[in-house]
Structure formats: structure tokens, C-alpha cells
Design a protein around this ligand. Sequence first.
Ligand SMILES: Cc1cc2nc3c(=O)[nH]c(=O)nc-3n(C[C@H](O)[C@H](O)[C@H](O)COP(=O)(O)OP(=O)(O)OC[C@H]3O[C@@H](n4cnc5c(N)ncnc54)[C@H](O)[C@@H]3O)c2cc1C
Length: 370
Amino acid sequence: MKYDVLIIGGGPVGNYLATLLARKLDVAVVEKKPSFGGKACTGIIGAESFEELGFPEEAVINELRGAVFYSKIQSFEIERKTPQAYVVDRKTLERELAKEAIKQGADYFMGTTFTGFRDGKARLQHLNEAFEIEADFYVGADGLASTVAREIGAKSEAEFLKGYEAEVVGNFRRDFTEVWINRELNPEFFFWVTPVSEEIARVGTFGELEVFRRFLTGRGLKPTSIVEFKAGSVGLGWRKPWVSGNVALVGDAALQIKPTTAGGIVFGAICAHHLARAIIEGDLGSYERSCSAIRDQISFGLRVRKVFKGLSQEGIEEIFKVLGSEDAVETIEEYADFDDHLRTFRALAKKPRLLAALLKISPSIIRALL
Ligand SMILES: Cc1cc2nc3c(=O)[nH]c(=O)nc-3n(C[C@H](O)[C@H](O)[C@H](O)COP(=O)(O)OP(=O)(O)OC[C@H]3O[C@@H](n4cnc5c(N)ncnc54)[C@H](O)[C@@H]3O)c2cc1C
């Protein structure tokens, strides 16, 4: 079997890439799971990015208009008139993208695992059957523990965190997500409570499982009210190279993940666009270069993360005081972009009073972020 492009991994990013390529080229996708979905993922996608990327509407199960940020002792709220983010059903997202790719001519091999390259061909395993597919280009869209990345010798310089997410029954404000930052409870990450309806929210964090359980109880949610529990991992940092010969990595396989929130669907899909162009032009060399805006966002996110990890809870309380001020809330409500935190920060830093207040807390914060 010979294809123009073989995509290894039918997650959101691999399937999205297939939709971008299948009209012009012979494309095959191999996916090791027998069906789509199942991964631990809250499914939050910025509304603007969702529309721009043309993701399938069928996948949207809730719309978020705002967020309430809680520290240990205070809170503030950001509210917009229109939805700023969507919560998607992962299975529907992946299936609908695959359906679109198939309609455009892509071939799918479900329940098929890529095991390595031999003589320029991909070795695959479906149940007891081993076979090979040859392609002009190979794409590793096979997630964090990418076999393709291992095969091309890509090296990671990243922080790997375990994450937990549960669907919990309770009473929720349907169009607001909650973000809880308490370094004394969880020094690794924030907690999120993201409703999918008035009765169910996806609650999660990265760090220790025990900490997650303690948060649930503290938030007034019973661990015995969980109707679905998932665990997963994320890698915050760099994995290089993204290209070796005729093989490229995209999505989580390339650690194209936002370090501030651990969201990877949008960054992966944006990079899939650049990769699709490079493949169509027959020059993978341009791919990494054309992803420079995403690399800048990852660099910025890593600096924010470093600042976060260096702060005490008292420092976080001081920052909350500044961000919760009327001036800051107005600026965030005007400029906040779910997927472009750099833009939000720059808008805040342009306000002399806010900049001075943040400088007073710690000049190194501003230095690190600018
Ligand atoms: C707890 C948690 C919450 C998250 N919440 C969000 C969120 O709200 N929003 C967001 O944007 N991101 C979120 N993420 C991150 C998000 O899940 C990933 O960034 C996203 O799944 C990346 O998509 P992908 O297609 O690159 O990789 P994956 O979704 O990992 O897909 C890779 C696919 O490749 C397949 N595969 C792997 N190895 C092989 C092989 N050898 N052969 C064939 N197939 C293979 C896998 O079965 C899988 O289907 C979260 C992650 C965690 C852990």
C-alpha cells in the first residue's frame, strides 16, 4: 500500500490534519484504539479559535461566557456578553473530523498500532495481523507518548504532570467556569470546575490524586458524586526536532501544548495548518519556521509557569488584588483571548497603574513576562 501521507494517531489533531490534506492528497490515518474518544480532557476550546479552525458544531455541549477566579481568600469574576469558550465532547469532535476526512477521500485504519519504521515503511499491527504502509510523508500525531517521536530520536525538555478529571453531579452556573488557585493545596497547578450543564461539571487538576480529592470535598462536591473519572498526562515544554527527513510531529506528539492551561487542541490544530501547507508544497523544512507564533506562545506560557511556581500563596493573593481591581477586570474583559494569553498580558501591562502595582509585588514577574 502506498499513500502520499500516513498520519499516525487519530486524535483531534491527526484527524484535523487529515481533513486539511485529504482533498488534495492520498491520505491514510492509523489509530490504535478501536473507537474515538476516551481520553482525559475537559474539552475547553476558545470560541474564536473554534470558529476560525472550522471545528464541527456537533461537538459543542456547552458555551462559557465567563470565569470566576478564586484564591484562598478572595475572588473576582470576568464576564463577557458572548461565549468565549466551548466545552466539547471529545468523541464527537474526533468522529466528526474523521467523518469529514473520510468524505474527502482519507482511508482510516482503526484498531491499528504503528510499531516503528523499517526500510522507509511504517510497520503496523491490527489484531494478529502485521503489515506495512509506505508513504511519501509520515506524521506522528500519536500524542504525548509518541512512538513516532521515539523513532526519529526526538528529545523532550519538559515537565510531565499527571492530571485527573471527573464529571461530578452538583449545582453549577452553566455558563461560567471556575478557576481555583491555592498553592498551599496544590503547588503544581490550579483546579478547574467547568460545567457541561447545570447538574454536571468537569472538575480537574494536575498534581497528586489526594490533592484532587481534597479539593472536591473543599468545594462541596462529594467524591461519591462522581459519574466519570479519568486520568491522563501532559507535557509542558519542548520536544525537538519536529521534523526529521520525511517525518513530522504535530499536536501533543510535538508538545504543542499551552503551558498556562495545559490545553493542546488549538495549538496542535494551528500547527496542523502549517504542516498541511508544508506537505502540500513538498517541503517539510518550512513547517517549524511557520509555527513561530505558537512557539512564542509556548515560551511565554513557560515563563508564566516559572513565575507561578516561584510565588507563595501571599504573592498570589497580592496578584489577585491587582487583577480583581475594576481597572484590571475591565481590561481583561475587553482584551482577554482564551488562546492568546500574551495579548491579555500586554493589554494589562499597558495600564500604568496596573503595571506599577504588579512591579511593586515583584519586579521579576514583569521582567519574566515581558
Ligand atoms: C486532564 C486533562 C485535561 C485536558 N483538558 C484540555 C482542554 O480542556 N482543552 C484542550 O485543548 N486540551 C486539554 N487537554 C490536552 C488535550 O487532551 C491534548 O492536548 C489533545 O488530546 C492533543 O491531541 P492530539 O491529537 O495531539 O493527541 P491525542 O489526543 O493524545 O491523540 C493521539 C492519538 O494517537 C493514538 N496513538 C497513540 N499511539 C499510537 C500508535 N503507536 N499507533 C496508532 N495510534 C496511536 C492514540 O490512541 C490517540 O487517539 C487536557 C489533557 C488532560 C490530561
